[in-house]
Design a protein around this ligand. Sequence first.
Ligand code: UD1
Length: 362
Amino acid sequence: MRIINVCGARPNFMKIAPLMEAYRRHPSIQPLLVHTGQHYDARMSEQFFDELGIPRPDVNLGVGSGSPTWQTAEIMLRFEPIVAEHRPDIVLVVGDVNSTVACALVAVRMGVRVAHVEAGLRSFDRTMPEEINRLLTDAISDLLFVTEPSGLANLKREGVAPEKVHFVGNVMIDTLLRNLERARSRPILADLGLVPRRYAVLTLHRPANVDDPTTLGRLIEALGEIGRELPIIFPVHPRTRRNLEQFGLAGAGAERGLRLVEPLGYLDFLRLMAEARLVLTDSGGIQEETTILKVPCLTLRENTERPVTVDVGCNQLVGTDPARIEAAFRRVMAAPESTSRTPDLWDGHAADRIVDVLRKSV
Ligand code: UD1
């Protein structure tokens, strides 16, 4: 059974890692790993392969950055001959980035079945590029692997045949549980001069938050005020770094309480989150990781495609209004330790469940 596995951007790597590991237990599976090259900086890509023990990609399409349309089209053009050469039984894609939808579309056009890991998530906000990627990928997938109950409900409502849908848990959490002990021995807190529970972590990279100077400026100002009370470590995504510089905001955060650092590796970032008093983010995956770590998460968005993280009591949607962010910060600081629950099947065995389904599917 030949499976082409696609990864392209940073959040894909921790999802593909446990699958590549699970395949090794099944000699009948011949996996091929294709990296589209959507992310290419060592800090955004290579270091995750090293830390998570992901095999080197068999193929790197080397696409790089460009407009969303150009990037998606270019990935498709470069992926087509790979599918033609290897004639896989399945193309497996993860998450919701441009690489996900581009490769799914190529596979379907060439009569190859598509498996989508992390299917069914919906923010119901079609201005988000990821929402379009999710809708399109799910519409053409043959096997849809779902992480949380909302995904099942969304796919049912959209009329996806139930036999295609499998509730398997969360591969990103497989990776977290596998690496937590290793992460705890990282010296990142000492390196940054931090004391457990006496700092916050911030990430920002959504176009809606960082591409507009007014929105980004307002966020930096509001978060900087919080940073005066509780140090905030802010590993800066390349998109955000570029915009901070372009909008003349790079110094603004630092003058207040934000400590800007380069993007961190998986283990350092995991340790940093695990020991934080709270996390502020517009990322999708971090809402899930903080849920397992039981670290309060304030999501700087008006919606989430991962509502289970709110339902279990760990995540709060606070949007980008400074007064709301500050009020939520006060609530978290006043509350005792988080008592959130763990979502069903986020138990470290999602990849095994996926591989079982894949094996039965041919
Ligand atoms: C992409 C995903 C987003 C995901 C995020 C995680 C889409 C639509 N978006 O957004 O869902 O949450 O990855 O990081 O697929 N850049 C570098 N080095 C790199 C990669 C990018 O400097 O290795 C810079 C480039 O200036 C590039 C910009 O970052 O133009 C944005 O990169 P891109 O892959 O287009 O989108 P992300 O914002 O990273």
